[in-house]
Design a protein around this ligand. Structure first.
Ligand code: NAD
Length: 270
């Protein structure tokens, strides 16, 4: 008779994963992929309280793991430190930290609102620094850890009208490499995942502004701007990004550190 897999049989059973910006899109898919491998998860992000609770309870029911939610705002360093402490107190450790929360704003640089610049640098770059500095001591003491930063093809190449986003993503590529070197002998790997265009609310929301900034129709933005640079002419799926995150957490990936893993349909190969 075939045996049913128990949570203990899975590759991340007993591990605790904290994923920022996981109430939507890529972060949610990463949380699901890590829970599917048996990790207890702490989700984080903005959104409707009832919808978030449904997601949290759904993770527990579907994957037979424990799931908790932190409402920490990634623009607030003290809340980020509290989020890491909450995860450690609730589940005993943070073994896997996924810095994923991010926002976008599309505008010519001379019209770019300074407060949007500050907000994007805070959420897309500085929040990763604050979470890493809070989580690293525990990872070092346990001699095991995985830090994954959701970067972007925009950590490697630029596009016009996204000055803050491209600056933050290039920054996170540098932060990834630096922390990877610092933790190389401590059993902790630090990597970035750089998707091209993934169909999520973040991408959908920037279509109207891109139409305005470039004077294009919705179809032209999707086909010529978004998929224009993606040679496969297909959007990346959130599940593909989740699968990469799960792989980076595996023992097979223990010698991958300081890497920037592209999942971009060939975008930055051009
Ligand atoms: P999304 O809008 O679907 O999700 C963003 C998440 O971040 C949400 O959970 C949101 O609540 C959270 N968030 C936003 N502001 C926050 C704050 N102040 N505090 C806490 N949480 C906050 O977007 P997505 O496309 O899934 O993007 C996730 C990450 O992937 C981002 O870092 C983004 O830059 C990156 N990325 C996305 C694409 C893409 O094409 N969608 C491509 C490359 C990289």
């Amino acid at each position: 008779m075939p045996q049913t897999a128990s949570p203990e049989d899975k590759s991340l059973s007993g591990r605790v994963a904290l994923i920022t910006g996981s109430t939507s899109g890529i972060g949610l898919a990463i949380a699901r992929a890590l829970a599917a491998e048996g990790a207890n998860v702490v989700i984080n992000g903005l959104g409707d309280a009832a919808a978030i609770e449904k997601e949290r309870a759904g993770l527990e029911a579907e994957f037979k793991v424990r799931a908790a939610y932190s409402p920490a705002d990634m623009t607030k360093p003290a809340e980020i430190a509290d989020m890491v402490a909450f995860a450690q107190k609730t589940f005993g450790s943070v073994d896997i930290l996924v810095n994923n929360a991010g926002i976008q704003h599309v505008s010519p640089v001379e019209d770019f609102p300074p407060e949007k610049w500050d907000q994007i640098i805070a959420i897309n770059l500085s929040s990763a620094f604050h979470a890493i500095r809070a989580a690293v001591p525990g990872m070092k003491s346990r001699k095991w850890g995985r830090i994954i930063n959701t970067a972007s093809a925009h950590s490697l190449v630029a596009s016009p009208f996204k000055s803050a986003y491209v600056a933050a993503k290039h920054g996170i590529a540098g932060l990834t490499k630096t922390v990877a070197l610092e933790l190389a002998t401590h059993g902790v790997t630090v990597n970035a995942i750089s998707p091209g265009y993934v169909w999520t609310p973040l991408v959908e929301r920037q279509i109207p502004d891109t139409m305005k900034a470039r004077g294009l129709t919705r179809e032209q933005v999707i086909n010529d701007v978004l998929l224009g640079g993606q040679p496969t002419k297909q959007f990346v799926t959130v599940e593909q990004v989740g699968a990469m995150a799960a792989f980076l957490c595996s023992e097979a990936a223990s010698q991958i550190t300081g890497a920037n893993m592209q999942i971009d349909g060939g975008w930055v190969a051009q």
